[in-house]
Design a protein around this ligand. Structure first.
Ligand SMILES: C[S@@+](CC[C@H](N)C(=O)[O-])C[C@H]1O[C@@H](n2cnc3c(N)ncnc32)[C@H](O)[C@@H]1O
Length: 491
């Protein structure tokens, strides 16, 4: 049967339509408010229940919340037993939907004549995210997804009348799947599952590799551990894993990638501080600083303390861990306690040292400036970031990074070093910042550093005549998230 836009066959649709359709504008306005929802009549262990919860989280992201916080709110609203029963499935669907949201929303706009109310649109998007996978890799059979999504729509009394619509839309998709997917590929947002500005920014920055980079951001990053060399060696830890039939590979001097991800509480030695979870690219930060016993070190943007812990594993340091966000700062202490390590944790603004640093006191041998950034390098682990960021955020972040760098540099001892780090793949936050810093600080000598790491096969742009090539060493490695590293020594 040929595909037809649904409105031709389901006239009752207009009952719950709120606005004009547009294939590119199906996401509800971020200023819109989700109306209070009734309680759904669904079993907590059912796929329908998980779809409903995931749809709430997706809706919150579309209103500007980070996905982990949105999921936290959804789980907190459930009875404990329901939260436990549905936890894994809800997380899986919500994260999967973030990685497929461009296409899923394109399908909602294409197949529903007028944009549905937000919760129903998000439920359909979550169902499409599950249906898009080809059957071999799909988590559920198409029949189950359609059945349960329809149940979920009908389970809240205010949307019950839309059950027929949901059923028809999802079945239309299954009938016309190949043609619809083929058509969607002409729309870049649906094709790549990123906002248009993001696609343009990556294409402009990496004209030879942008597709690989976008593709890599739609995969799940590997689960990589950092072996605490105070407690074990990589070889001994790999043996521990082999003894427990856990397949793993060494992917860095202290980095071990598990073949199959597992919850942290099941990772051997995690609770005892023998290993931490940390991307292999992120592990290069502490290693690049070449710390030695007795050094005074500032970790200037420290929470949750991943790199703080690594620095302290490598040497006995007098370490100040600074963080502007009080609640995030608590996580530094939690992480260090697990590792059996300690730092002087301070709350403050790295851009205003007068509030937390005594100018008459000792300055620092090493400063790690792991500054706030777009996080465009870690989208495979945080797939919601792309839908939360706006193009206008980038210049604001660039200005903030410069403010922090300029304020920290006077705290570096002569002969000491500062490492600038972002988890970004955008040159404005990477090499352009390093060039700006070098040009504006005559007492700064640029040293070797990993430069721009990309989570996919890539080359540096052909023309880097804007400045020194030092540090412009583009690495590419599926074991790395996207990072930028530049290291400066004070004369
Ligand atoms: C990229 S994260 C740091 C990750 C951390 N280094 C790690 O490895 O676990 C950046 C951190 O900087 C904090 N931050 C943002 N602006 C800051 C500022 N002006 N001063 C100090 N910390 C800041 C953020 O709250 C965030 O926790």
């Amino acid at each position: 049967m040929p595909f037809r836009p649904l409105a031709l066959t389901v006239p009752a649709l207009s009952l719950f339509m709120t606005r004009k359709p547009s294939p590119r504008a199906v996401a509800p306005s971020t200023r819109a408010r989700e109306p209070r929802l009734s309680t759904p009549q669904l079993a907590p262990e059912s796929l329908g229940f998980a779809l409903d919860c995931a749809a709430q989280a997706v809706g919150a992201v579309r209103l500007g919340a980070a996905l982990p916080a949105a999921l936290g709110t959804v789980f907190a609203s459930l009875p404990e037993a329901s939260a436990t029963a549905s936890h894994g499935a809800v997380q899986d669907i919500a994260y999967r939907t973030m990685r497929r949201l461009g296409l899923a929303e394109w399908l909602v706009a294409k197949l529903v004549h007028k944009a549905p109310v937000p919760h129903v649109a998000h439920l359909l998007a979550c169902a499409f995210a599950l249906l898009i996978d080809d059957e071999a890799s799909a988590a559920y059979t198409p029949f189950t997804v359609v059945d349960q999504a329809v149940e979920a729509v009908g389970a809240r009394r205010e949307f019950a009348f839309a059950k027929g619509l949901a059923n028809a839309v999802l079945r239309n998709f299954l009938r016309e799947r190949n043609a619809l997917i083929a058509e969607s590929q002409r729309d870049e947002v649906a094709r790549w599952n990123y906002p248009r500005w993001w696609i343009d920014a990556v294409r402009n920055a990496w004209p030879d590799a942008w597709q690989d980079i976008l593709e890599a951001g739609n995969t799940q990053g590997p689960l990589t551990l950092r072996v605490n060399i105070r407690r074990s060696s990589v070889d001994d830890y790999l043996q521990t894993l082999r003894d427990r039939q856990i397949a793993a590979t060494q992917v860095g001097s202290q980095a071990v990638r598990l073949a199959v991800p597992m919850p942290v509480d099941r990772i051997p030695g995690f609770r005892e501080g023998v290993v931490s979870v940390q991307d292999a690219g992120a592990q290069l930060a502490a290693q690049s600083l070449a710390v030695r016993n007795g050094m005074r070190v500032l970790d200037a943007c420290a929470a949750p303390g991943g790199k703080t812990g690594h620095l302290l594993e490598l040497a006995d340091l007098d370490l100040v861990a600074l963080e502007s966000d009080q609640s995030r700062a608590q996580r530094i202490g939690e992480n260090l306690r697990r590792l059996g390590l300690a730092a002087d944790v301070r709350i403050g603004d790295a851009g205003d040292p007068s509030a937390w640093h005594d100018p008459a006191g000792p300055s620092f041998d090493r400063i790690l400036a792991d500054v706030p950034c777009s996080a465009s390098g870690i989208v495979r682990r945080h797939p919601d970031i792309r839908w939360l960021r706006r193009a206008a955020d980038i210049p604001a972040l660039v200005a903030e990074q410069r403010r922090i760098l300029a304020a920290l540099w006077p705290l570096v001892k002569p002969g000491g070093e500062l490492l600038y780090v972002t988890c970004s793949i955008l040159p404005d936050e990477g090499e352009m910042q390093a060039l700006w810093f070098g040009n504006n600080h005559q007492d700064a000598v640029r040293l070797d550093a990993p430069g721009q790491l990309l989570p996919a096969v890539a080359r540096a742009p052909a023309d880097t005549s804007a400045g020194s090539r030092a540090g412009w060493t583009t690495g590419s490695n599926p074991d790395h998230d996207g990072f930028f590293y530049a290291r400066f020594q004070k004369r």
